[in-house]
Design a protein around this ligand. Structure first.
Ligand SMILES: [Zn+2]
Length: 399
């Protein structure tokens, strides 16, 4: 009996448009060069499932733009179709700017295409009025760029805590800074003359982990950021979940059983106030361990043998572990990344945190990959994520 196609198979199905497919292909080729470079184009074709001709075409375009370079031998021979010769990222020409606004200060940085911090500075707030903070950040960024005259900036990434809407480029609400509906993309764009991309710092750091960190290749990643602001982000299949108006990940006011700290929202024992660095530093001040508001001073005191400092840090990491356990129950991620000062700097704190999540899940939890540069990486990785998602639209030709 002759086989005929079933009608269902011939009916139209939703398809990605050609431009979507091109964007995806360009993205996977550049990501392959990032992850495996120096790498032969024939290997990229094998890894990505794209045709060798298509890989060669994308590589030629990236090379013309200055995003990748071919081997010196290939350049001399002026050939473009020799697939066995390796290509690699060209990290010498372009940078992205990064701006991260924390409660006490702004971190400004330049990152190369590998996500490495090539220059950075910190700007203490002189008041948190948005135009002033952003103006000072733009000035600091201009100073860093002036000090790197051979690097051209492809764009600027901005990250902060609280509720940040990527699509409108707005900080919708950051109560600790007193910011509400701040049009960051517009303000920084006008000040820098560069494309500006804006996102929440928990999501920004998930993207940094996906692209440059130890979580690369994981099918699902949860990130818990516990600084003065406490928030989270979750990515599956290479996509960070934003939800309507980018509100996903707001966990500041989740109730912590047994919590005792009064929160500005009027309740007691909210996650953010229980876990914040402010609370850690206040407890450390009350115990006579430190006299300021810098959590790294508590870490230094513990390293110098102060048993109270060590205990305070372990206790906080334990609480962070409890919060991680709750989020794991909801989301069941393959990997968990934690930005928390104790777990990042002390093995006993990481052990305490892992103990709370349970032996079966402990190995999935790691501190963030960028221990000494986490805030410098956060801002820039917003812009680098945009570049790697759509290299031909975000590349130098387009700005
Ligand atoms: Zn609260």
């Amino acid at each position: 009996m002759p086989r005929t196609a079933a009608p269902l198979l011939t009916s139209p199905v939703p398809r990605a448009s050609d431009s979507d497919r091109r964007r995806t292909s360009a993205s996977v080729v550049l990501r392959s060069v990032l992850e495996h470079g120096p790498v032969a184009r024939s290997t990229i074709a094998r890894l990505t499932g794209l045709s060798p001709a298509s890989v060669t075409d994308y590589c030629s375009r990236f090379a013309e733009l200055g995003l990748i370079r071919e081997s010196a031998e290939l350049r001399r021979s002026k050939g473009v179709g020799r697939p066995h010769l390796p290509v690699d990222l060209d990290d010498s020409r372009f940078v992205v700017g990064g701006v991260h606004v924390a409660v006490p200060y702004t971190t400004v940085a330049l990152l190369d295409l590998r996500g490495q911090v090539v220059a950075r500075s910190e700007v203490k707030h002189a008041g948190t009025e948005p135009a002033r903070v952003l103006g000072r950040a733009a000035d600091a960024l201009a100073a860093l760029l002036a000090g790197s005259p051979r690097s051209r900036a492809l764009g600027v990434g901005f990250a902060t805590g609280g509720w940040v809407d990527r699509d409108s480029g707005t900080v919708v609400e950051h109560p600790l800074l007193g910011w509400r509906e701040v049009q960051v993309r517009q303000v920084l764009g006008a000040r820098t003359g560069l494309p500006v991309h804006v996102d929440g710092h928990a999501r920004a750091l998930v993207n940094a982990e996906r692209l440059f960190g130890r979580a690369r290749g994981s099918r699902s990643v949860l990130h818990l950021f516990a600084g003065n602001v406490v928030d989270s982000a979750f990515a599956t299949h290479d996509e960070v979940h934003h939800g309507p108006r980018s509100q996903a990940g707001s966990i500041a006011h989740l109730p912590v059983p047994g919590g005792t700290e009064p929160c500005a929202c009027g309740r007691v024992g909210c996650l953010q106030v229980e876990l914040s660095e402010r609370t850690l530093c206040r407890l450390a001040r009350e115990a006579g361990v430190v006299d300021g508001v810098n959590p790294m001073h508590v870490v230094s005191a513990a390293a110098a043998g102060d048993p109270v400092a060590g205990r305070l840090l372990r206790e906080r990491s334990r609480r962070v572990g409890r919060a991680v356990g709750l989020l794991q129950d909801v989301l069941n991620p393959e990997r968990v990344v934690v930005t928390e000062v104790g777990a990042m700097h002390r093995a006993d704190c990481l052990a305490a945190l892992r103990e709370e999540v349970g032996a079966d899940r402990a190995a999935t939890v790691s501190p963030i990959s960028f221990t000494d540069s986490v805030l410098a990486v956060a801002g820039g990785s917003v812009a680098l994520d945009v570049l790697y998602r759509d290299p031909l639209a975000a590349s130098p030709e387009a700005i």
